[in-house]
Design a protein around this ligand. Structure first.
Ligand code: PLP
Length: 381
């Protein structure tokens, strides 16, 4: 058996259309800000790409601001909307307790360095944010809130959040959503959602690494993180990475990802686990979830040991949460869902993509019982 990749939520292979488009653009010369023929040709390729992405995400081309990653898009949105709000006497930043570190960490940075008060929206045991909490918060402290940021779908559990409802509750308060995991996996429209800002990343959809986009309402201007040449509405200066942007657009346009197929694979995998590994618990099973992500707790194990045992079987998956100085941390997402430290440290994330197969699933299910037995033995030794 060759190696099996079940970590598509971390990064997914580039689709052929993106590879071809990006390679061709790499061979072309011209800074898109230059006014000569070479520059204008690059600018044209870039603006075509911007239009494609805008169409795929349901926004205007002028609302697409290219960044170097989803992380940068999140930082730009959260810090920019906070600073804008602070100028109007608002210093509260509201985020969900299950955000990716690319929102959690800038929020805490704003608290430590920029005078923000950060309030976390709790989630229920199925990983969905508490709308009642948000309603109360907006009712009592709405005029202090600078920005609300809630992810569109969680990267560890795949649980989809009720962003439409968040926008309704927020009223005039700016809402940002991190849609990095949702884009191209489930229907997503910036205009229909009614958010102020939304983050995307190319390498989660079959595009290249190191390119993302912040979708920001045309009428909203925010302070920049990077100052310089004034590109991208003066919100994100820096020479635009035309080859990666062209690759991003080609991936966004491609129809390679078949949600129904990925979901069927995932469901057969869940069935396999239920039969072969009694006691395993799928986190967020009762919620609406992305087609390609499942998070499973294997009681009595340690995720990092399991990860290495799986790797020994040539299977790449993820613990879902971070490692700090070589020590595996309990998942903040599972802790927020009310799990104990021990439970939050005994889970694995499997994420499927367009290239995943039933044979992959069958193989993983066949080796799991042995891996779990060894994992439990290691934990109790
Ligand atoms: N937000 C979410 C939900 C993610 O899953 C990720 C990547 O794992 C990011 C943001 C960061 O995106 P990037 O890798 O482009 O910085």
């Amino acid at each position: 058996m060759s190696s099996i990749y079940l970590d598509h939520a971390a990064t997914t292979p580039m689709v052929e259309e993106a590879l071809i488009a990006m390679t061709a653009q790499l061979a072309r010369i011209g800074n898109p800000s230059s006014l000569h023929t070479h520059g204008r040709a690059t600018r044209k390729a870039l603006e075509d790409a911007r239009e494609i992405i805008a169409k795929e995400v349901g926004c205007l081309p002028s609302e697409v601001i290219f960044t170097a990653s989803g992380t940068e898009a999140n930082n730009t949105a959260l810090k920019g909307l906070y600073w804008k709000g602070r100028d109007n006497g608002r210093n509260v930043v509201v985020i969900s307790a299950i955000e990716h570190h690319a929102i959690l960490d800038p929020a805490h940075w704003l608290q430590e360095h920029e005078g923000a008060e950060v309030i976390l929206i709790p989630v229920n045991a199925e990983g969905v944010i508490d709308l009642e909490f948000l309603t109360q918060l907006v009712a009592t402290r709405g005029d202090e809130i600078a920005v609300i940021s809630v992810m569109h779908a969680n990267n560890e559990t795949g649980v989809i959040q009720p962003i439409g409802k968040v926008v309704e509750i927020a009223g005039e308060i700016p809402v940002h959503t991190d849609a990095v995991q949702s884009f191209k996996k489930i229907p997503l429209s910036f205009a229909d959602l009614g958010v102020y800002a939304m983050s995307l990343s190319a390498h989660k959809i079959g595009g290249p690494l190191g390119i993302g986009a912040l979708i920001l309402r045309r009428t909203v201007e925010i302070p920049a993180l990077l100052h310089g040449g004034g590109q991208e509405r003066e919100i994100r200066s820096g020479t635009l990475n035309a080859p990666s942007i062209v690759g991003f657009a080609a991936a966004a346009k491609s129809r390679y990802y078949d949600s129904a197929h990925v979901k069927a694979l995932r469901d057969s995998f869940i069935e396999g686990i239920a039969i072969n590994v009694p006691g395993a618990v799928i986190n967020g099973l009762q919620s609406d979830r992305l087609p390609g992500i499942i998070n499973v707790t294997f009681p009595g194990t340690q995720s990092d040991t399991l990860l290495l045992l799986m790797d020994g079987q040539k299977i790449s998956c993820s613990t879902g949460s971070a490692c700090s100085a070589g020590v595996h941390e309990a998942s903040h997402v599972l802790l927020a869902m009310g799990r104990t430290e021990a439970t939050a440290q005994s889970s694995l994330r499997f994420s499927f993509g367009a290239t995943s197969t039933y044979a992959d699933c069958d193989y993983v299910v066949s080796v799991l019982p042995d891996v779990i037995t060894k994992g439990r033995a290691a934990n109790f030794s």
